[in-house]
Write a protein that binds this ligand. Structure first.
Ligand code: PLP
Length: 407
């Protein structure tokens, strides 16, 4: 008899997006002539930068010719891409990361889930609330939690992110071994300063803990005072793994390319207390279970680091940031407290009522679709998330409709 991984049965069904879809379709059928503007989902809408499209085409041509054809590539990623990442994303910012410490992959989502394979079954895990749901669900699947009660799994340490703490959690007052941090944050759009990040690095050192730092939205940082990488903080190389992605940076959500940084000095501990290189373990895991990202996709990603590529990526990000500013200014002018939308594509709005009630009110009165904050955790209740990933004209129209509905 083939038995199953019973931990899957603990997973709370993810009703968030299906519930949204159900409400939107009900609205559409009762209001067939009303336009619906979707500002809910965090997927990009603009096409790939032209430099990536050209590099993609050229690489496909190489694959069609016997002299330039390539089969299996290096599992860790082609050196041309890892060197470009190390030089541009790290060394240029004073972060001491080398190409050997970068692992190219097909997504930060998969990497944040897969990385857990390196850790012991009994570790104590701290997750933010509200949270990118992947961090929680992958731990449930791996059997690292008890069952879910009142939106929280037994065995996890939830770190409340609220307006009172500026959406940066307090250091846990119980021992923890693995800490998830995500800045700029999804869903709140909040950012973290170097001083605040240093406290986490020091805490992790003190506890012999590890920080999983998700910087998938790093490209949206425009404020020069905000760190782009945890490795800009001294000592982070020993206690942090960082996840990045080309998804939101360069429109690769459908093309797939990301990377994870595991410094050679980053440590875990064996049962006897002896230190163990997590880099060596991840290298082993990656080369055993992953065959690398396709050559044309890596070429397309590497093209974003050329001078022209950097300009084009900047234009993409600036486009979404203009949307974000427009949304934030409009919502703030209506008297709602909000965070994000400055160094982030997300605006987190205190609706001052139940998340779903606010969602329904917005949909009914303006045809605008947002994401109810309750879907991201207990601390998300009362909030909604609006995403800046859409066409500017549509964003302007959505804001006019919201003003008419709520103003
Ligand atoms: N991390 C965060 C915080 C995200 O919001 C997302 C996507 O929405 C990801 C990671 C996933 O990135 P990728 O497309 O590289 O899997």
């Amino acid at each position: 008899m083939i038995t199953i991984n019973e931990h899957y049965l603990k997973l709370e069904a993810s009703y968030l997006f299906s519930n949204i879809a159900k409400r939107v379709s009900a609205y559409q059928s009762t209001n067939p002539d009303k336009e619906i503007i979707k500002l809910g989902i965090g997927d990009v809408t603009l096409p790939l930068p032209p430099v990536s499209v050209q590099a993609f085409h050229a690489a496909v041509d190489e694959m069609s010719n016997e002299a330039t054809f390539r089969g299996y590539g290096p599992e860790q990623g082609y050196l041309f891409l890892r060197e470009a990442i190390a030089a541009n994303d790290y060394q240029a910012r004073g972060a001491d990361i080398s190409a050997e410490e970068i692992f190219v992959s097909d997504g930060a989502k998969c990497d944040t889930g897969n990385i857990q394979e390196l850790f012991g079954p009994e570790i104590r895990i701290a997750v933010p609330d509200p949270v990118y749901p992947v961090y929680v669900d992958t731990n449930v699947m791996a059997g690292r939690t008890g069952s879910c009660r009142d939106q929280r799994y037994d065995g996890l340490v939830y770190m409340d992110c609220t307006a009172d703490n500026g959406f940066i959690p307090e250091l846990p007052n119980v021992p923890v071994d693995l800490i998830y941090l995500c800045y700029p944050n999804n869903p709140t759009g909040a950012t973290i300063t170097g001083d605040q990040l240093r406290k986490w690095v020091d805490f992790a050192k003190d506890q012999k803990a590890l920080i999983l730092f998700d910087a998938a939205y790093e490209a949206f940082i425009t404020d020069p005072g905000i760190p782009h990488s945890i490795y800009e903080v001294e000592g982070a190389r020993e206690v942090a793994i960082e996840f990045r992605s080309f998804s939101k940076t360069a429109g690769f959500t459908g093309t797939r390319c990301a990377y994870t940084v595991v410094p050679k000095t980053c440590l875990g501990y064996r049962a006897d207390g002896k230190a163990q290189s997590l880099h060596d373990m991840w290298h082993r895991r990656h080369s055993t279970k992953f065959n690398g990202v396709s050559y044309p996709v890596q070429k397309a990603a590497a093209a974003t680091y050329s001078p022209e590529g950097r300009k084009q990526v900047r234009e993409l990000i600036d486009y979404y940031l203009r949307n974000a500013r427009t949304i934030r200014n409009e919502i703030a002018s209506l008297g709602y407290d909000c965070v994000g939308g400055i160094n982030s594509p997300y605006i987190w709005i205190n609706g001052r009522e139940d998340s779903w009630a606010f969602f329904d009110r917005l949909l009914e009165n303006s045809g605008v679709v947002c994401t109810p904050g309750a879907g991201f955790g207990k601390c998300g209740d009362g909030f909604i998330r609006i995403s800046a990933f859409n066409n500017y004209t549509k964003v302007q129209l959505a804001m006019e409709k919201i003003r008419a509905a709520l103003g």
